[in-house]
Design a protein around this ligand. Sequence first.
Ligand SMILES: Nc1ncnc2c1ncn2[C@@H]1O[C@H](COP(=O)(O)OP(=O)(O)OP(=O)(O)O)[C@@H](O)[C@H]1O
Ligand SMILES: [Mg+2]
Ligand SMILES: [Zn+2]
Length: 253
Amino acid sequence: MAGDLRTRTCEYGLCDGSGMVVDWDANVPYRCRCWPEQVGRRRARALSREVPRRFRNIGFDREPVPSIARTSPDAVRAVRRYCDRVDEMLEQGEGMWFLGSPGTGKSHLAYLISQHALAAGRSVAIYTGPRLLDEIRRTYGEDDSGSTLDLIDRLTSVELLHIEDLAVARPTEWVLEQLYNIINGRYENERSIIFTCDLTGDETEEGGRLSPDALGRHITDRNFSRLLEMCGDPHVLMGPDNRRAHNTHAWES
Ligand SMILES: Nc1ncnc2c1ncn2[C@@H]1O[C@H](COP(=O)(O)OP(=O)(O)OP(=O)(O)O)[C@@H](O)[C@H]1O
Ligand SMILES: [Mg+2]
Ligand SMILES: [Zn+2]
């Protein structure tokens, strides 16, 4: 994968990608300018960054993205802008979020961003909301009591954290606390987050209209407020479920 090769090079052209430079006159090795990034990338390798098969070969000129651009032109334009300047965006800790009803293209847009970040050699962690919390929960069972902190630390320092379906898990106090640790850690370090989120049923306001504020009630206002600052205004993708559009509906009658 292109991302793997790029992580072994030095972006300042000073070392061989190991993060160390040898001063041949004094014969002493010292840390290269890229050392912090190399450490971050090594640490990020332990995180999940697998792109599911469905999203592996996506592109702006391949369906369904042109179709999504017809139904949600502003969102696709914003994603393209982000992808075109992905290095700059990640350096500034800019994020993006996609809210809306099922089957409207939110995940495709989010994966376009991850794909560009990986191709640019950036460290990326990709999780569904439930899987992320599950991994954190699992570290509690381990002997090493530092492992929860260590995982949170990794999740805080990876250059891009991509969370799919942030709001599906029924939030308990514990869940909200972990979410806060991650979101606040990234907020303080000015690290990018992108995420998608379905808001249906209870979380929608009267008349079935989606309310981004409902996410605030769901994940707590202090998480919501940080996300709002990091990700800007949410991109709201509403409309009919395009998964259903492919079906004949014959079974319904
Ligand atoms: N605007 C669109 N026009 C045509 N097809 C689309 C559109 N948006 C999504 N699709 C199709 O719908 C399916 C779901 O897309 P995607 O997974 O990106 O949606 P989603 O919004 O993330 O859904 P969910 O909220 O359920 O996760 C895919 O098969 C995709 O090809
Ligand atoms: Mg999705
Ligand atoms: Zn270097």
